[in-house]
Write a protein that binds this ligand. Structure first.
Ligand SMILES: [Cu+2]
Length: 479
C-alpha cells in the first residue's frame, strides 16, 4: 500500500492531465466553477481519507481503491466524477480496458455524513450517453438518475449536477442508468458511504471498515476488452475489478472490531465466506439491521443488486481465507470451457499427439490442481486460472478470493501487509508417517449385500461397471 502522500502526488499529476482533457470538452466558464477532478492511476488500496472539513467520521478503506476528495463550498460537499475509459490492472500481468470513473474501475468511494448537502458534478467523457443512479438513497425523484425517466441522458462532453441531502446513514452504490448492460459490464460502478452523524443505536463504532464491490467480466485470454453480451458465463469474478492474487488482503489488528461492506453488481449471487470467525449481518442497502434479526454466520449470500455489511471481532490470529463460496468464482480465465478429464487415461493418445505437436500436454486427469503447478505458457494478457503462492505452495485460487490477516503486532491505523502468519509450534496440520490400519467397516457393509437395512431387491447376476461416454452435442448423437 502506498502512503497518502504518494497518492496525493499521483492524484495531483493526474488531475492536471484530467483537468486539461475535461477543459477541452467543458466550457472554460463552467470549469471555473467545477471542482478539479481528482484522478487515480494505480490499483492500490489507499489509506483511509481522514476528513479535513465537515463533520468528523471514521473513514472506510476501499479494497484496491480510494475515496474521492471533496471541496467544501458554502456548506455543500462538492465532488467531481468523470465517466471515462480506463485501463484497470486486474492483477499483475493483466490489464483490462474498462470504463470507469476518475481513472479507475470501480470509481472512487464517496463518503459523506448523514445530513450533509452533497453536490456531485458528473462529466461524461465516454462516446455515448450516461447518467448516475444513486442506488438505495432517499432523494428527490429528479436526482435518481434514470435516463429518460428522471433526467435526459448526459451527452458525451457534457457535465450534469446532482444535488441532494444524504438523508439516511448506510452503504449505497452508484452506477449508470443508461445503457446499463454495456456500461456496467464495462466496469462503471462505485460505493457510497453515508456515516451516521451521531452515535447510532444500530451502528457500532469499529476499528476497521472495509468496502468492496463484487463485479464480473468476460475477457478472452489475450484480449483487453470485456465481452459485454455475456450474461452468466463470465471468466473473471472480481472484487473491485481485481482478481486473486491481485486482491489485497484485509489486514487487521488482533481484537479489532472489523466491518466489511460488500455490494453485488454482477448478474449472479455470491455467498461470501469468512474462515476462522463468525460475523453478524449488521446492515443491508435498507440500512442497519434490527438487533433481533442478527444471527452469527460464516457465510452470507449477497444477491444481485444487494449490499451486505458484516461485523466481527478479529480475535483469532492467522491468515484466514475470505472468498466467494461458489468454487467457480475462485478461478480466473482459462478455467472455463475445459472438458472434464478426471479418470481419463491420456497416455496413449498423448503419445500419438506428441508426434504431431511436441508441446502437447494432457490436462486434468487427476483433477485440475495439477494445472496450478504447470508452467504453462499463458497468452500475453490474462490471469492464470488458479494460482497464488502461499507459504506452503500454490494456493490454487483465482477470482473472488483474499485473506483477512489478523496480527497482534499490527499497529492501529496500519493497513500494510504483515506477510505470512508465523504459526506457533505444533499448530500446523502435518503428515502422518506411522502405519495405516485397515478401516473398520460397518457390519452390514462387511456381510452379504442383502443384509443391509434396505436389502437390494434384485441384484444383477454379474457386477457390471458401466462406462458412459456422453455425446458433446446433438451433432455427435447420430453415430
Ligand atoms: Cu461468487
Amino acid at each position: 500500500m502506498s502512503s497518502r502522500r504518494d497518492f496525493l502526488r499521483s492524484a495531483g499529476i493526474a488531475s492536471i492531465a484530467g483537468g486539461a482533457v475535461a477543459a477541452a470538452s467543458v466550457s472554460r466558464v463552467a470549469m471555473a466553477a467545477l471542482p478539479e477532478p481528482v484522478m487515480q492511476m494505480k490499483p492500490d488500496t489507499m489509506p483511509p481519507l481522514v476528513p479535513n472539513s465537515g463533520r468528523p467520521y471514521n473513514p472506510v478503506v476501499t479494497l484496491n481503491g480510494w475515496t474521492l476528495p471533496w471541496r467544501m463550498n458554502k456548506g455543500v460537499k462538492e465532488f467531481h466524477l468523470v465517466a471515462e475509459p480506463v485501463v484497470r490492472e486486474m492483477c499483475e500481468g493483466f490489464k483490462a480496458h474498462l470504463w470507469g470513473y476518475n481513472g479507475q474501475s470501480p470509481g472512487p468511494t464517496i463518503e459523506v455524513v448523514e445530513g450533509d448537502r452533497v453536490r456531485i458534478f458528473v462529466t461524461n467523457k465516454l462516446g455515448e450517453l450516461t447518467s448516475v443512479h444513486w442506488h438505495g438513497q432517499r432523494l428527490p425523484n429528479g436526482m435518481d438518475g434514470v435516463t429518460g425517466l428522471n433526467q435526459p441522458g448526459i451527452a458525451p462532453g457534457k457535465t450534469f449536477v446532482y444535488e441532494f441531502v444524504a438523508r439516511r446513514p448506510g452503504t449505497f452504490m452508484y452506477h449508470p442508468h443508461a445503457d446499463e448492460m454495456v456500461q456496467m459490464a464495462m466496469g462503471m460502478m462505485g460505493f457510497w458511504i453515508t456515516h451516521p452523524k451521531d452515535k447510532h443505536p444500530l451502528i457500532d463504532p469499529v476499528d476497521r471498515d472495509f468496502v468492496f464491490l463484487l463485479n464480473a467480466y468476460d475477457v478472452d485470454p489475450g484480449a483487453y476488452t470485456p465481452k459485454i453480451m455475456t450474461m452468466l458465463d463470465f471468466n473473471l469474478w472480481s472484487w473491485n475489478s481485481r482478481v486473486f492474487p491481485g486482491i489485497d488482503s484485509l489486514n487487521v489488528r488482533l481484537n479489532d472490531k472489523v466491518r466489511i461492506r460488500i455490494g453485488n453488481l454482477t448478474m449472479t449471487n455470491h455467498p461470501i465466506h469468512l474462515h476462522g470467525h463468525e460475523f453478524l449481518v449488521t446492515g443491508t442497502d435498507g440500512g442497519p439491521t434490527p438487533k433481533s434479526s442478527r444471527q452469527y454466520e460464516v457465510t452470507t449470500d449477497v444477491a444481485v443488486g444487494q449490499m451486505r455489511q458484516i461485523d466481527f471481532l478479529a480475535d483469532e490470529p492467522g491468515d484466514w481465507a475470505f472468498h466467494c463460496h461458489k468454487s467457480h468464482h475462485t478461478m480466473n480465465a482459462m478455467g472455463h470451457d475445459v472438458p472434464t478429464m478426471i479418470g481419463v487415461d491420456h497416455r496413449r493418445i498423448a503419445k500419438q499427439i506428441t508426434k504431431l505437436i511436441p508441446d502437447y500436454m494432457a490436462m486434468g486427469e487427476r483433477g485440475m490442481k495439477d494445472m496450478t503447478e504447470m508452467e504453462m505458457p499463458l497468452p500475453d494478457n490474462t490471469a492464470a486460472m488458479m494460482t497464488g503462492k502461499g507459504p506452503f505452495g500454490s494456493v490454487g485460487m483465482g477470482g473472488m478470493f483474499s485473506m483477512v490477516k489478523v496480527r497482534k503486532e499490527q499497529k492501529p491505523g496500519d493497513y500494510s501487509d504483515p506477510g505470512w502468519y508465523k504459526h506457533p509450534p505444533g499448530e500446523v496440520a502435518y503428515e502422518w508417517t506411522g502405519s495405516l490400519p485397515d478401516p473398520a467397516r460397518f457390519k452390514a457393509e462387511a456381510s452379504a449385500p442383502a443384509q443391509g437395512s434396505m436389502p437390494v431387491e434384485r441384484m444383477p447376476a454379474k457386477q457390471v461397471e458401466v462406462q458412459i461416454r456422453k455425446p458433446k452435442s446433438h451433432a455427435g448423437m447420430g453415430h
